[in-house]
Design a protein around this ligand. Structure first.
Ligand code: SF4
Length: 219
């Protein structure tokens, strides 16, 4: 009996490569939309972005970073002051706690530098796999796939995963995407989810992925 798995995986790899080409043509400008100048700023911005738009985070961070320019300064911060500066992004108490606690960890255990491994990053308070992968990719150039809601939803629509759990989605994508494409894939998924494949009103008529999409095939 022929094992169909390798054939299926080859097909998915081809599909992944085609999707990358089409999305790069459609969104040549897709990059991380959280403003940052170095890894610690990206870490803070990513913590702030939970249930908040990147645009709102980008309004908040200039004042926050002018008061607390690095992990050393933030490690000594007064929580009430941080809360005041980030209040408009929601969940501000929890986020302030995470930003201060993670900065303290970075100072105490990583010489003040944001670590560059998945294990060390995910051990920081407030940092899960999604933020860790963002830091690895955008701050350090290490191939990593950021699976947010856009990425999980659209990856399932175009058949690259059958899962919804982000860790499973990430594993499926890692098996079929070229590591050289991992960082861009996350940015392209976000751009596509914000522009054409908006969750409740996807613009399938103008979508370059329509020939490769389960939803378009069934609609
Ligand atoms: S065809 Fe429609 S549902 Fe499919 S990826 Fe494009 S916009 Fe989204």
């Amino acid at each position: 009996m022929i094992d169909a798995e390798p054939l299926k995986r080859d097909g998915l790899r081809r599909q992944g490569a085609v999707v990358m080409r089409l999305l790069r043509q459609t969104y040549p400008q897709a990059v991380c939309t959280l403003d940052h100048a170095e890894p610690w700023q990206l870490l803070v911005a990513a913590i702030l972005s939970a249930q908040c738009t990147d645009a709102r985070v980008n309004v908040i961070t200039p004042a926050l970073f002018s008061h607390f320019p690095d992990a050393q300064a933030m490690a000594k911060a007064d929580q009430a002051k941080v809360e005041e500066l980030i209040r408009s992004c929601g969940l501000f108490r929890t986020k302030a706690r995470s930003i201060i606690a993670s900065s303290r960890e970075i100072v105490a255990h990583h010489l003040g530098r944001v670590p560059d491994t998945l294990e060390a990053l995910t051990s920081l308070p407030g940092v899960g796999r999604k933020i860790a992968n963002l830091i690895l990719g955008d701050a350090y150039g290490v191939p990593a796939i950021v699976v947010d809601t856009h990425c999980a939803r659209i990856s399932a629509l175009i058949g690259l995963t059958d899962h919804t759990d982000p860790a499973r989605v990430e594993k499926d994508l890692a098996e079929v995407l070229d590591p050289a494409d991992w960082i861009d894939y996350g940015h392209l998924m976000v751009e596509h989810g914000r522009t054409l494949c908006v969750a409740r009103r996807p613009d399938c008529a103008n979508c370059p992925l329509a020939p490769h999409c389960r939803y378009a095939a069934g609609s």
